[in-house]
Each structure stands twice: as structure tokens, then as C-alpha cells.
Write a new protein. Structure first.
Length: 385
């Protein structure tokens, strides 16, 4: 079996390895087995953690540091990027840098209380920097407030039946009676805002964001019901006051409903995230020239085919008839669905049962070692065939 070129196109491992770190670890494992094989590393971002920095590096842009209100109400260090591409000045905001799950201490993970307020502050900072186009990447969020906090930071007045401003967090949306955008930052009207979303994520219903992602962010069963009702209430207010029905609109549930809030409140366009985020990476051409494609993500499970990076890589690879192997920190329920999505094989990087903390600390070595093991098995299988 001759493998002349391998494309390494992974996502990051949430709260552990960035996409570039993941790609580097996989490449190191390849070199142990195939030192003369060409390796193209294309770390991929989907709008979540690391997206702004990665796109700034890819385009020769810059990263701006900002202090904002984080998801639990304390100030945090954050950032946004200005791309180096010609044309309109484009800012990239990853909402995770202001309201990500990694910014929520484990003992404070309550998506009914966390806020997207800092995302609105990042938008303001981008406007102050002269942005003419703003790209908001959704992913890795620790919130479920329908984007209400971001709108409040930009000047929106969101009130209850008594005319009093509602508090931060998704649970407070159950009390919303009115959305007033009179004092919204006027510069918003002159800026194009694109939100990179997973189109499978919707605001309301049985597949609504509260039910699907609330538990991952720390919500109990009873809190999920409260948040689900709050999202329905918020959708009704958006429809009445902004004349747009976003209950089941594609991407409306992105990042705890941030997609819905920005679409209704700011006139933002909700776009499939890979159409936006892969715009600066020529993944198609790289895969066309490869003999093997390796991708990776922290977990491969039933959610992977629903808009995650490994499945998108597999979709592109299938167009060129190239095999794809996915490496994962964990292989979860429904992982077999990824075979139908075009992933030829899935391998765990875990060498033994480990605690989450130990797994995260050793992720780089485990990923490199797992890549080596997988390639050696692949070569043995090829020789036997």
C-alpha cells in the first residue's frame, strides 16, 4: 500500500486541544510510521473556540484583546479578530470567547443563569475598530439565553409585564413581555452581520436548543423544561415585535439561541457554518490530491453527522473517493451512524480507562500514539488484503 500524501483536517478537542494543536499531534504520529509521506495539516474551525485566532492567522490579520462581561457576570479577557483579506474590513467574533462553556466554572454551570452579554460587547468593540462586516461564529457556548444578553449590551431594552428590565440568563426570558430596539447602537444598520451556525440547531420544540444542549451545559431535567418554555416565550416575543418566526428556522438555536436573537434583533444572516468558516481553507483541493484523510474531534457520536467537522470532512472526501479515518477522545452512542456519513473507520485515542482530567492533560501524547497505532494497523490490513 502506497500512501504518498495524507491530509490532516481535524477539529479541536474541546477544553483540551485547539485545532492546530490537534493537527500537529496527528502529524507527529504519522511521521513515526511514514516519515517520507507528505502531510498537509489543515486545522478546521466551526465558529467555536479558536476560530478567530485561526482565521486571523490564515488571512494575515490581527487579534484584538478586549475585556467583557463573561457568562457568569464577571469580567473576562476576551478577543476578536480583524481579517487581513482585501475589501470590506471584516471582524470575526467567536461567541465562545465571551460566553463559552470553558468560561463557566464547573460548579456554576446553569444555562438558565448565564448570559451572552459579552458577545454584544465584542460586537461593539468590532464596530469601534471600524468593522464593515462582522462574522459571528457559534459553538462551544455555555449559555441558553436566546441572544437576549447580547442585544441588551447593544442597547436593546427587554422588559417584563411591569416594564422592568428582565435579568440575565435564559430562565428570565419566561418573564419577557416586550423587546424595544429604539436605543440599539445605530451603527448596526450600516454593517453586514453573518452568523455561522449549525443549521440543525433550532430554537424550539422537541429538538430545540434547551432540550438537546441544555444538559450538556449543566441543566437538570427540571431546568430543561423551564428553559424550553422560556425559548418558546422568547420566540413569540420576537415574532410579535420583530415580525419573524424563528421557532424552527435553521440555525435559530445556535449557541443557546444566540442565532435567533441576532437574526431578529440585528437583522443578521444565519448561514451554514462550514460555508463561512471553510471559505479561507482550500480543503477541497487538498483532499483531491490525498491518498488518505485523517480527521478528529473530542467525541464521535450520534451528533457528529448533524453538522460536526468530521462528517463535513467525510462529505467532501466522498466527492473525491478518498477514505477518511476519524480519531476521537470518546466514541459515544450512535457513533456507527458516521459510517453512513462517509467515515470509513473510527478509533479512540484512549490507551486505558482514565479520568477526564487525566485524559485532557495527556491528550497530545494520546493522540500522537493513537495515530501511530491506527496507521500501523492500516498498513497491516493493506498487506493482508
Amino acid at each position: 500500500m502506497s500512501i504518498r500524501r495524507i491530509v490532516v483536517a481535524p477539529s479541536g478537542f474541546k477544553e483540551s486541544l485547539s485545532a492546530p494543536q490537534t493537527a500537529a499531534a496527528i502529524a507527529a504520529g504519522i511521521r513515526r510510521v511514514l516519515p517520507r509521506t507528505a502531510v498537509d495539516t489543515l486545522p478546521l474551525v466551526d465558529g467555536g473556540e479558536g476560530s478567530a485566532v485561526a482565521l486571523a492567522e490564515a488571512t494575515g490579520g490581527s487579534v484584538r484583546a478586549v475585556r467583557v462581561i463573561g457568562p457568569v457576570g464577571d469580567e473576562v479577557d476576551s478577543h476578536f479578530a480583524l481579517l487581513g483579506t482585501p475589501g470590506a474590513t471584516t471582524a470575526v467574533i467567536e461567541m465562545a470567547a465571551a460566553a463559552g462553556l470553558s468560561l463557566v466554572p464547573r460548579d456554576m454551570r446553569d444555562p438558565g443563569a448565564t448570559t451572552s452579554y459579552g458577545v454584544g460587547q465584542l460586537i461593539t468593540a468590532a464596530l469601534d475598530a471600524g468593522a464593515e462586516r462582522i462574522l459571528v461564529g457559534c459553538g462551544d457556548s455555555g449559555i441558553c439565553d436566546g441572544g437576549a444578553g447580547a442585544l441588551q449590551a447593544l442597547g436593546a431594552r427587554i422588559t417584563d409585564v411591569m416594564g422592568e428590565p428582565v435579568g440575565w440568563g435564559g430562565a428570565a426570558l419566561a418573564e419577557v413581555e416586550s423587546l424595544d430596539l429604539t436605543d440599539l447602537d445605530p451603527r448596526i444598520a450600516d454593517v453586514e452581520i453573518r452568523v455561522a451556525v449549525n443549521p440543525h440547531n433550532v430554537l424550539c420544540g422537541e429538538r430545540g436548543v434547551a432540550r438537546v444542549f441544555g444538559p450538556q451545559k449543566g441543566a437538570t431535567a427540571s431546568q430543561v423544561e423551564i428553559l424550553s418554555s422560556a425559548m418558546t416565550r422568547w420566540a413569540k416575543i420576537l415574532e410579535r415585535d420583530r415580525h419573524v418566526d424563528l421557532r424552527t428556522a435553521a440555525g435559530s438555536g445556535a449557541s443557546g439561541g444566540l442565532g435567533a436573537g441576532l437574526a431578529a434583533g440585528l437583522g443578521a444572516k444565519l448561514l451554514p457554518r462550514f460555508d463561512v468558516m471553510f471559505d479561507h481553507v482550500d480543503l477541497d483541493s487538498a483532499i483531491a490530491d490525498a491518498d488518505l484523510v485523517l480527521t478528529a474531534e473530542g467525541a464521535i457520536d450520534m451528533q457528529t453527522p448533524r453538522g460536526k467537522i468530521p462528517a463535513e470532512v467525510a462529505r467532501i472526501a466522498a466527492q473525491h473517493g478518498k477514505p477518511v479515518v476519524a480519531l476521537a477522545g470518546t466514541i459515544g452512542d450512535g457513533a456507527h451512524l458516521n459510517y453512513d456519513a462517509g467515515i470509513a473507520a473510527i478509533a479512540s485515542i484512549m490507551p486505558a480507562p482514565l479520568s477526564l482530567d487525566d485524559a485532557m492533560r495527556g491528550a497530545t501524547d494520546y493522540l500522537t500514539d493513537a495515530t501511530e497505532r491506527m496507521l500501523r494497523l492500516l498498513l497491516v490490513g493493506a498487506n493482508l488484503g
